[in-house]
Design a protein around this ligand. Structure first.
Ligand SMILES: [Zn+2]
Ligand SMILES: [Zn+2]
Length: 378
């Protein structure tokens, strides 16, 4: 029914195996593929996520029973299963192995005593930046380097925030709960612990490079794939390319707003490309074959005799590829008849002669107009 892999296969354990074995198997995968250890590695991130979901189900007795009985349908709310599991949202048991795991990753192996940690890590912030591309790049798509400043895991302390590599220790202000409770009559009021700012952990000897944050600001270069047909102001989402999370938290996303430079000739309207082309008086009157620029080079175009200024002509399929990948716009040519501004005496003579020959059949618009004006004042 679904293309999901079996949770036991993902962790490489036998069905019916003990919780400890599952924890061990998950820890091994998580140690190897944790996003902090594999920054910018999508494959590792996917493996880590998949294993986390599998462990979340198999370490929860209720979910595991349902999974053993009904498969993915038993624990996956989205596929119309039997309710209960929401997959990734609830890390009840997982929180504890994360706690162990965190110690392991940091090399300290220190198990916090007293109280279980309220939360593990903090997600990194989403970032937003603007990328300028040319009209042509927007039309045909491009892969372009983008430099951004983002927070990455501090190498000096491997993200622990501790100078001695010992990792954080349990906050003594809240015993690791991250919140402090006060009894007020019948009520218990809980508020974030001020000493550890709700994290449940404190760093006694902060890393000098990152001041205990576990992350440092760094300029990184990304290769951004801009799809053909993108328009000015549209936004690309690069999942997981934002700030790194704090102490194992998930990375944020990066949003890239596309700014398309103006083009000398072309203007975009949806997927059509607009372009104004001037022609002379005589070309308009007599007809002509002219060269017009398109996005893919020059093409010849026939102007019929008697073409009026402002006439729009379409070049089919010479526009912009639709973002969906299906279809393409047109190029629309806006013909502008240019009235001569400076005439030599010979030209002037010819124009005067021409004017004497003007009549209703060759200038229907202006002659018709004069007739109407005459009628107006009768
Ligand atoms: Zn550091
Ligand atoms: Zn605290």
């Amino acid at each position: 029914m679904s293309g999901k892999r079996d949770y036991y296969d993902i962790l490489g354990v036998q069905k019916g195996t003990s919780k400890d074995e599952i924890k061990k198997a998950y820890r091994k995968i998580a140690m190897q593929h944790h996003p902090d250890r594999n920054p910018d590695n999508k494959e590792s991130e996917a493996i880590f996520k998949e294993a986390s979901v599998a462990a979340d189900v198999l370490l929860n007795d209720e979910k595991r029973t349902k999974y053993d009985q009904f498969g993915h349908a038993g624990v996956d709310g989205s596929s119309g299963g039997f309710g209960g599991g929401q997959g990734f949202s609830d890390f009840g048991d997982l929180g504890d192995i994360f706690g162990d795991l965190f110690g392991d990753i940091l090399g300290g192996g220190r198990r916090s005593s007293g109280g279980r940690r309220r939360s593990y890590g903090k997600p990194g912030a989403d970032l937003q930046t603007t990328m300028n591309i040319s009209f042509k790049e927007a039309t045909f798509g491009i892969e372009k380097e983008l430099k951004i400043q983002r927070k990455v895991v501090c190498t000096a302390c491997s993200g622990s925030g501790s100078a001695d590599g010992a990792g954080p220790s349990t906050c003594d202000g809240c015993n690791g709960y991250g919140e402090v409770r006060r009894q007020q009559g019948f009520f218990t009021m809980a508020s974030p612990c001020p000493k550890c700012r709700g994290t449940g952990q404190i760093i006694t000897n902060p890393c000098k490079k990152c001041n205990g944050d576990g992350r440092v600001s760094k300029q990184v270069t990304l290769e951004v794939k801009v799809p053909a047909g993108i328009d000015d102001g549209q936004r690309l989402k690069l999942a997981g390319e934002g700030d790194s999370g704090v102490k194992g938290g998930q990375s944020g996303d990066l949003y890239v707003i596309i700014a398309v430079d103006d083009h000398e000739f072309f203007k975009r309207e949806e997927y059509d490309v607009m372009c104004t082309v001037p022609i002379s008086f005589s070309q308009a009157a007599l007809g002509a074959t002219i060269e017009v620029p398109t996005l893919s080079g020059k093409v010849e175009m026939k102007i019929p005799s008697g073409t009026q200024s402002g006439k729009k002509m379409r070049l089919k399929g010479k526009g912009i590829n639709k973002l969906t990948g299906y279809g393409i716009g047109d190029q629309v040519i806006d013909i502008q008849v240019e009235t001569p501004t400076k005439l030599c005496s010979e030209q002037e003579r010819l124009f005067r002669e021409l004017e004497e020959y003007s009549n209703k059949s060759c200038n229907p618009m202006s002659v018709g107009f004069l007739d109407k004006v005459k009628n107006l004042f009768q």
